[in-house]
Design a protein around this ligand. Structure first.
Ligand code: G3H
Ligand code: 13P
Ligand code: NA
Ligand code: ZN
Length: 328
């Protein structure tokens, strides 16, 4: 059954677990997640970026959501717009059967200026007002994702800000978070704690100086009833880096967010954990392996099925680690 993000995260808070939110672009990714959820008896958050909607097309996305509801009637599913950049993006997602939208008003921030903060409040409040009228949930974001190692903030297009940002500018401020949630009425809040999107998050296994889990604790102390969201939360597992590189890939050594750090965050109000990169790596590593081992093969099912299975395994692992298994 399709349900809103609010319903799902309220349940997660009540039972102290975290929900992985996996990105989807195609049927294979959708099936990998749904089969994982079915196997471990977990609820589901599927999320589509603007890029995903452009790739598959809104009509295809809309009918994939309907297909999922019909194929898995016993699994609660939330369909979420990842990083909506405007009210128009959020409204068109709602028209395409999404039950939750992220209004990322932080994308427009060019600095931590009062003007950009007021823009974020205004647009997030407006989207929340509209979405709530039709039972759709809203995730907001406050702060700038980016690296505490390099001081580079992340923009929507993946390019950094000009110049170096200090630690304070890269972390969500707990007081401002309280003001933001009170004024916008968002159902969940994405926070900036030193994570960034993609595979290249850290040059070493992160410690507190570059992954600010203490900021999560401070925000949770100030906002104990708000569902927190961690973006850029792929673990970038060593075995998947090795799988890719053993079969013709060339990924430089890198480090992600250790699963145990996410588990720590779940003790302090983190309820939604965004994961795309790990799933991409499982798919790519597996396809590379089949291509290298069976160069005469040309039936797409011969590599897409193992790729799906590898992604399913990643999803099952996260469901188990975050305590969402058995919660459907
Ligand atoms: O926000 C980032 C997600 O990993 C989605 O990435 O915009 O390339 O689809 P994308
Ligand atoms: P990763 O790149 O770490 O998987 O993060 C995904 C994400 O935050 C999507 O919004
Ligand atoms: Na941001
Ligand atoms: Zn994100």
């Amino acid at each position: 059954a399709l349900i809103s993000l609010r319903q799902l995260l309220d349940h997660a808070a009540e039972h102290s677990y975290g929900m992985p939110a996996f990105n989807v672009n195609n049927m294979e990714q959708v099936l990998a997640i749904m089969n994982a959820a079915k196997k471990v008896d977990a609820p589901v958050i599927l999320q589509a970026s603007r890029g995903a909607r452009g790739y598959a097309g809104d009509i295809m996305i809309k009918h994939m959501i309907l297909a999922v509801a019909e194929m898995y009637p016993d699994i609660p599913v939330c369909m979420h717009q990842d990083h909506g950049n405007s009210a128009a993006t959020c409204l068109s997602a709602i028209s395409a059967n999404f039950t939750s939208v992220m209004m990322d008003g932080s994308l427009e921030e060019d600095a931590k200026t009062p003007a950009s903060y007021e823009y974020n409040v205004d647009v997030s409040r407006k989207v929340a007002e509209m979405a709530h009228m039709v039972g759709v949930s809203v995730e907001g974001e406050l702060g700038c994702l980016g690296s505490l190692e390099t001081g580079s903030g992340e923009k929507e297009d993946g390019h950094g800000f000009e110049g170096k940002l200090d630690r304070e500018a890269l972390l969500t401020d707990p007081e401002q978070a309280a003001d933001f949630v009170a004024r916008t009425k968002v159902d969940a809040l994405a926070v900036a704690i030193g994570t960034s999107h993609g595979a290249y998050k850290f040059t070493r296994k992160p410690t507190g100086d570059i992954l600010a889990m203490d900021t999560v604790r401070k925000i949770h102390e100030r906002l104990p009833d708000t569902h927190l969201v961690m973006h850029g939360s792929s673990a970038v597992p060593q075995d998947l880096q090795d799988l890719i590189n053993a079969h013709g890939g060339a990924m430089p050594q890198t480090y992600g967010v250790p699963v145990e750090e996410v588990v720590e965050g779940i003790k302090y109000g983190v309820r939604k954990v965004n994961i795309d990169t790990d799933c991409r790596m499982a798919i790519t590593g597996t396809i590379r392996k089949v291509f290298q081992e069976k160069p005469a093969e040309f039936d797409p099912r011969k590599y897409l099925k193992p790729a799906m299975d590898a992604m399913q395994k990643v999803c099952e692992d996260r469901y188990e680690a975050f305590g969402a298994a058995g919660m459907a």
